[in-house]
Design a protein around this ligand. Structure first.
Ligand code: NAD
Ligand code: TYD
Length: 344
């Protein structure tokens, strides 16, 4: 991609989308960044405070399911590149209420691609997840997800994301839409909503609340610092091949209980806060990405080691307790009570 682009980012008021917006504003200063976000419970508009002061940034509160609204933003902004982060993203919520996941993650993606077809773009990038590959057994550390690992989903969330990926590839093959897809492992870092493991545990530790570990805490996730994910997406936009899928991950597998203990140690609190609660339904055992394609083709690899990234993350949350308090006011209390209140 050359100079002076207009890049439209959906879901830019959420966790990874906002980190991506800041990466663009900081490192691609001649690009115009158009952010489209419906501001669901998972967004916090104050996340974008610094962006809103930047002359290269414009924000639209809009739902990616709303065709008229999305098409009129395209009519006005004529983006060269579109990156679709907007999604319902929490597995536990998808187990309670699958419908909204299918609507936003599948129909919303279709709407975005229809707008791309109508107005023409250089690239539509779909932000995907490694959860589309299902899970790996805990006793086979030699196995990893490759780009050609069969799609085999477990939760309504991962199924909706897999559907979106398949639709994206279908739009490429059927209509010639210039697409790419990234499938990333679990992210952590600033601005993650405290329903996800790491910020939820940090928030609970800071309030001396019990730490609800599902089952024995032995499920394994492959953690990547959010900025590394964002660099990976940028590398795909600038160097990736159209029609391709790229796995992004950090070879950084940890059991959930290890993560919780690291957070407790960093914050100087006792492990007695750990409370084992009933397991998630259909809980995936282990995720582990083979990132060698992105490594070879794009020269991409993670740059933040977990031991540093987790310190940066905890430090960020300590310094942004107002942000956390905004996220945990209102609807969050009800969600927490429903999800964890009677969980034994
Ligand atoms: P998030 O829940 O923090 O943010 C999602 C954002 O999308 C929010 O700002 C929300 O307001 C917005 N949004 C939701 N529905 C919308 C709609 N209908 N129209 C417009 N905006 C809407 O999610 P995240 O963790 O930042 O994830 C971003 C993307 O990355 C998702 O597509 C997710 O599947 C994918 N992903 C996440 C991870 C992870 O570890 N968090 C890993 C791999 C892939
Ligand atoms: P999560 O952050 O929801 O990400 P994902 O399910 O997409 O991997 O959860 C990460 C892991 O942590 C997962 O195995 C479930 C577990 N977990 C808990 O044990 N307790 C919690 O309160 C949460 C939110 C997650």
């Amino acid at each position: 991609m050359g100079e002076k682009k207009t890049i439209l980012v959906t879901g830019g008021a959420g966790f990874i989308g906002s980190n991506f917006v800041y990466l663009l504003l900081d490192e691609r200063k001649d690009w115009k960044v158009v952010c489209v976000d419906a501001l669901t419970y998972a967004a916090n508009i104050h996340t974008l405070n610094r962006a809103l002061e930047n002359k290269n940034f414009v924000f639209y509160k809009e739902d990616i399911r709303n065709r008229d609204g999305i098409f009129s933003i395209f009519e006005k902004e004529r983006p060269d590149v579109v990156v679709n982060f907007a999604a319902e993203s929490h597995v536990d919520r998808s187990i309670e209420n699958p419908g909204i996941f299918l609507e936003t993650n599948i129909i919303g993606t279709q709407t975005m691609m229809d707008a791309c077809r109508k107005y023409g773009v250089e690239r539509f990038h779909q932000v995907g997840t490694d959860e589309v590959y299902g899970d790996l057994p805990l006793d086979r550390p030699d196995l990893f997800f490759h780009e050609d690992t069969p799609i085999h989903t477990s939760s309504p969330y991962s199924t909706s994301k897999a559907s979106a990926d398949l639709l994206t590839l279908a739009y490429h093959r059927t209509y010639g839409l210039p697409v790419t897809i990234s499938r990333c492992s679990n992210n952590y870092g600033p601005y993650q909503f405290p329903e996800k493991l790491i910020p939820l545990m940090i928030n609970n530790v800071l309030h001396d609340k019990p730490l609800p570990v599902y089952g024995k805490g032995l499920k394994v996730r492959d953690w990547l610092y959010v900025k590394d994910h964002c660099y990976g997406i940028l590398a795909i936009l600038e160097k990736g091949r159209v029609g391709e899928v790229y796995n992004l991950g950090g070879h950084n597998e940890k059991a959930n209980i290890e993560i919780v203990k690291i957070i407790l140690k960093e914050l100087g609190k006792s492990e007695s806060l750990i409370t084992h609660v009933s397991d998630r339904k259909g809980h995936d055992q282990r995720y582990a990405i083979d990132p060698s394609k992105a490594n070879k083709e794009l020269g991409w690899g993670p740059t933040t080691m977990f031991k540093d990234g987790i310190k940066l993350t905890i430090d960020w949350y300590l310094k942004h307790q107002d942000w956390m308090a905004e996220c945990t006011s209102g609807e969050y209390t009800k969600y927490y009570e429903e999800m964890y209140g009677n969980r034994k």
